[in-house]
Ligand binder design. Structure first.
Ligand SMILES: *Cc1c(COP(=O)(O)O)cnc(C)c1O
Length: 346
């Protein structure tokens, strides 16, 4: 993995300090029928497929987080998330593979049968505990309290915040950007931008850092699926700056350097939008590739919208961050069924 001349040997070592949870580079695939349908050349970076627990972008962060957990001799991974958290599922999966205990603290839902990601959490052997309400602050408080309790029981908990979006976790996406850049060079593609769903900020921060390491490459455009305008820009800038420090790099980001589109959020995090659902149908029916109503569908809707408005012309890379298990959650499945015939082609 070449990261330019910027990194010291310590920086390279930090970028290499991971536990491999992925089988190698994820595919970069051209989407011919989707491209034709929207009028721009689009490629997909397929972080949604692979060998471990349905992958997704969270696995890239976990490669670094879990390496730290093992250095700390942790006995249990503890994390938090929404009821259908992909990050929680990916953590449960990584814990299973490494033989660690896993405690997940999730927002309670009304549905009585655990579907989608929660079914997978249980299959991976994680213990799920519920917190009423979906305030991210309440979840983080519950995480700290549960870790204290586990310590009193003689366990060594490794605590992972919402989305795994720590500076260390972001290194996984910096590495991901370098991986993509090598694939683009191999295939002789000069991409205009990378578009992806953005929520807790670690993915976008890591991609920004990767781009800074190369000093070149397609711009990063996040599609906000979680926060009010302004907040996520600050989170991304702070995480990217701290992640650069981990590599011994003196580079800082201001929120104004972070590009985010807030037009796809709709009524809020986790709530489907007609544009997101139309994007899900269009990609499914042109390429046979699945996206989800919480993240990747809204991310794709942002890409389509920016092409239609002439903001982007292509070639583009849609970073497919995963999230597909959520469509098997009863609420999401019912809603998707209702909207299937909304418009013939997206
Ligand atoms: C978590 C997640 C994102 C957003 O990544 P962040 O690092 O939290 O911004 C996007 N897509 C999917 C499917 C996710 O699970």
């Amino acid at each position: 993995m070449v990261a330019g001349e910027l990194l010291s040997s310590e920086g390279h070592a930090a970028l290499d300090a991971r536990i491999e949870l992925m089988p190698g580079p994820t595919p970069l695939e051209f989407l011919p029928r989707f491209s034709e349908a929207i009028g721009a050349e689009v490629w997909a970076k397929r972080d949604d497929i692979g060998s471990l627990g349905l992958l997704g972008n969270k696995v890239r962060k976990l490669e670094y987080l879990v390496a730290e957990a093992l250095r700390d001799s942790a006995t249990v991974l503890v994390t938090v998330g929404a009821a259908q958290s992909n990050h929680a599922r990916a953590t449960a999966c990584a814990a299973a593979k490494l033989g660690l205990r896993c405690v997940l603290i999730l927002s309670a839902t009304s549905s009585k049968v655990p579907g989608g990601n929660q079914l997978l959490d249980l299959l991976f052997g994680a213990e799920i505990e519920f917190v009423e309400g979906d305030s991210w602050d309440l979840l983080e408080e519950a995480l700290a309290a549960r870790c204290d309790e586990l310590r009193r029981e003689g366990q060594r908990p490794y605590s992972i915040p919402m989305g795994g979006s720590t500076p260390l976790g972001a290194l996984g996406l910096a590495r991901g950007y370098l991986e993509l850049a090598a694939q683009l060079t191999d295939q002789k593609i000069t991409a205009e931008a990378v578009i992806h769903a953005s929520s807790s900020g670690g993915t976008q921060a890591g991609l920004e850092l990767g781009r800074a390491l190369l000093g070149d490459g397609p711009a990063i455009r996040g599609i906000d699926v979680a926060k009010a305008p302004g907040i996520l820009e600050e989170d991304v800038a702070a995480i990217a700056t701290a992640a650069a420090t981990l590599l011994g790099l003196e580079r800082s980001w201001s929120p104004y350097e972070v590009t985010l589109d807030h037009a796809q959020l709709g009524a809020g995090y986790g709530l489907p939008t007609p544009a997101g659902e139309a994007a899900i149908r269009l990609l499914a029916r042109t390429e046979g590739i699945l996206t989800d109503p919480v993240y990747s569908g809204k991310g794709l809707a942002g890409l389509i919208d920016q092409v239609r408005r002439g903001v982007l012309r292509g070639p583009l890379v849609f970073w497919h961050t995963g999230g597909t298990p959520a469509i098997f959650d009863a609420t999401h499945a019912a809603r998707l069924l209702e909207t299937l015939s909304d418009t013939p082609n997206g």
